[in-house]
Design a protein around this ligand. Structure first.
Ligand code: ADP
Length: 164
């Protein structure tokens, strides 16, 4: 695996559900890399109540990027560095919203480097309007009956209202 020549990148997360912030990170990644593997974690690394199963989360993202051949959606469990090896893609993209994300993201990046030295983590800042947006917040607001149409795409909104 050679980072400097990697044409693809892995964007991992729980995406429960995928928000406009995530989509913004994917679009930005497509400006930099030929291919983006969106890797949907089977089990969320955060301790939170899930809204959609990993199969549903994967299907929703596939539907969103239907026709965009440069985006490939996969679900995974186990170590991210093992996935990186399997996909021959040693570059990981993570979104950084605010300083509050930094500590956890930095720890993860260092741990992944410890586990697999060639794996490089790149941080992308989303457009400013998405910097407060998280899946957790979207789930909470929607569960309490709030309008989340500004934060997720129409397809996600439809799936959420069917679920809630
Ligand atoms: P969340 O933290 O919203 O539950 P994930 O665990 O699915 O989301 O996050 C996957 C990656 O996307 C993480 O690197 C996270 O920091 C990033 N991310 C999540 N929401 C946004 C956003 N609004 N803008 C930029 N990056 C984001």
């Amino acid at each position: 695996m050679n980072t400097t020549t990697s044409k693809s990148v892995i964007y991992p997360g729980s995406f429960d559900p995928i928000t406009n912030g995530h989509e913004n990170v994917i679009e930005r990644s497509l400006d930099l890399f030929e291919k983006v593997f969106v890797a949907v974690a089977k089990i969320s690394s955060h301790d939170k109540q899930s809204l959609f199963s990993s199969e549903e989360r994967t299907e929703i993202i596939r539907e969103l990027f239907l026709g965009q051949e440069r985006v490939q959606v996969i679900s995974f469990d186990g170590l991210l560095v093992d996935l990186a090896k399997e996909l021959q893609t040693p570059v990981i993209i993570r979104g950084l919203r605010a300083v509050s994300d930094f500590e956890y993201e930095f720890q993860m990046a260092q741990m992944n480097r410890q586990l697999q030295n060639e794996v490089e983590t790149i941080f992308l800042a989303p457009d400013q309007q998405y910097s407060f947006l998280s899946s957790t917040l979207v789930r909470e607001v929607a569960t309490l009956g709030g309008d989340v149409s500004d934060f997720v795409s129409p397809l996600v909104l439809k799936k959420m209202s069917e679920r809630l």
